[in-house]
Design a binder for this molecule. Structure first.
Ligand code: BEZ
Ligand code: FE2
Length: 408
């Protein structure tokens, strides 16, 4: 057992002042330091002066296989980016070897994220994810617009899905990703969704990320028309977007992006969780999601294929600034609650909250200039100041073990 004291604890919904937590793998008790010391006399005591403790983040949408990208891919416009992905995919995948994957996973933890939703296109990331300390929902992705290759695409997906099932555990959950309505044939999507239904796993799908996708699926015109003619000799879209959405009606699904979804599509997904990736949307020229549309949403970074970082502190700051019409104090609190408690809940992990019985996954932020000003602030402002002034935690605990202790 360990006892850890922190000046402020974000549970995350409420703030506890000058309390301590007792934990092993799970959080056992929360009380005053002296009370816990008397109750657990054998416990190791850790005092973090000038600190704020909060649960670690869950980042529900990343593409780790593209982690070697820095400036290789082209930004600014979705189709320009997609052409660059096709040109440089082989090179980027080769560059992202096991050590690149391991380093990316360690960096995620160093920046306070200990759970992810990983979209795996090829399965190259399976072993690194399964062996890491992170909690992972491993979305095996299916892609293929060509009706003639449905069986081949499905077989490749099923093989990867089965391999991932070998690693199934409390902290590694095999799952299913359908790439998008423009790139996955209806029959293929249906077959993969049947696997998700029979295995009871979560599904992820990109939907209406770009204006080009909207135009192609509605009218069969625009920049995608040229793309499909060139690469697949395809002249018409394969799916009607609304019929495509109907495939997901009885499967728990994360709908990613939704920037260009229309009224009827929003109605179809109204009880589902929407994944909002503001930096990715911005750098690929896809605009900003209207956050008044989703009932439930979470924030994610997307992959390094469309972001400069997988750091959730960066993504949450960006979210604050791309939605200037939301009052900043309650919005900052909402974002922290979503990135911790709600994101863990949606991914199905027993963490993301500092309450008795949850796993002891938490991060400690240190303020060298002292914590006195923080303590005098209105509660809501504490969330904002924390976001603005943090890019990296001082320490990250996963299931009670200190993963990193920064020297400075
Ligand atoms: C396909 O594999 O069919 C595909 C991939 C990317 C975009 C569109 C289609
Ligand atoms: Fe994505």
């Amino acid at each position: 057992m360990k006892i850890l004291f922190s000046n402020l604890i974000l549970t995350p919904d409420i703030i506890l002042y000058d309390k301590a937590i007792a934990f092993d793998k799970k959080i056992k008790d929360i009380d005053d330091l002296e009370t816990l010391k008397a109750r657990y006399p054998q416990a190791e005591v850790l005092i973090y002066e000038n600190s704020i403790l909060l649960p670690t983040f869950a980042n529900p949408h990343v593409h780790l296989e593209f982690s070697a990208n820095r400036t290789t891919l082209s930004y600014g416009d979705f189709l320009t980016w997609l052409y660059s992905v096709i040109s440089f995919r082989e090179e980027l995948l080769l560059k992202c070897n096991q050590s690149c994957l391991e380093e990316t996973l360690s960096t995620l933890i160093e920046y306070g994220t200990t759970a992810i939703g990983e979209i795996s296109s090829y399965g190259d990331d399976l072993v690194a994810c399964a062996n890491s300390k992170l909690k992972v929902v491993f979305f095996n992705e299916v892609i293929g617009a060509n009706p003639a290759t449905v069986d081949i695409s499905f077989a490749s997906f099923l093989e990867r899905f089965k391999e991932s099932q070998e690693f199934k555990s409390e902290r590694f959950k095999p799952a299913v990703a359908i790439h998008s309505p423009y790139s996955v044939h209806y029959v293929l999507a249906k077959k993969a969704l049947n696997v998700a239904k029979s295995e009871g796993c979560l599904v992820s799908v990109h939907f209406m990320e770009s204006l080009a996708e909207r135009e192609w699926l509605d009218k069969g015109t625009g920049e995608f028309a040229k793309f499909f003619k060139q690469f697949l000799n395809q002249t018409r879209p394969i799916n009607d977007p609304l019929e495509f959405l109907e495939l997901f009606e009885d499967v728990p699904t994360l709908f990613v992006h939704m920037v260009y979804a229309n009224k009827r599509e929003w109605e179809k997904v109204k009880d589902s969780t929407i994944i909002h990736c503001p930096i990715s949307n911005r750098v690929l020229g896809n605009g900003v999601l209207d956050l008044s549309k989703p009932k439930h949403y979470l924030i994610a970074t997307d992959g390094l294929s469309s972001n400069y970082s997988l750091n959730m502190f960066e993504e949450l700051k960006a979210t604050l600034f791309v939605h200037p019409h939301y009052p900043i104090l309650p919005f900052a609190k909402e974002l922290i609650v979503k990135a911790t408690k709600e994101a863990h809940k949606v991914l199905g992990f027993e963490a993301g909250e500092i309450v008795k019985g949850k796993l002891a996954d938490f991060q400690i932020i240190s303020f060298e200039e002292g914590i006195e000003h923080f303590k005098k602030k209105e509660e809501m402002e504490i969330y904002l100041q924390l976001l603005l002034h943090t890019s990296k935690p001082k320490a990250v605990f996963i299931e009670g073990e200190n993963f990193l202790e920064r020297r400075k």
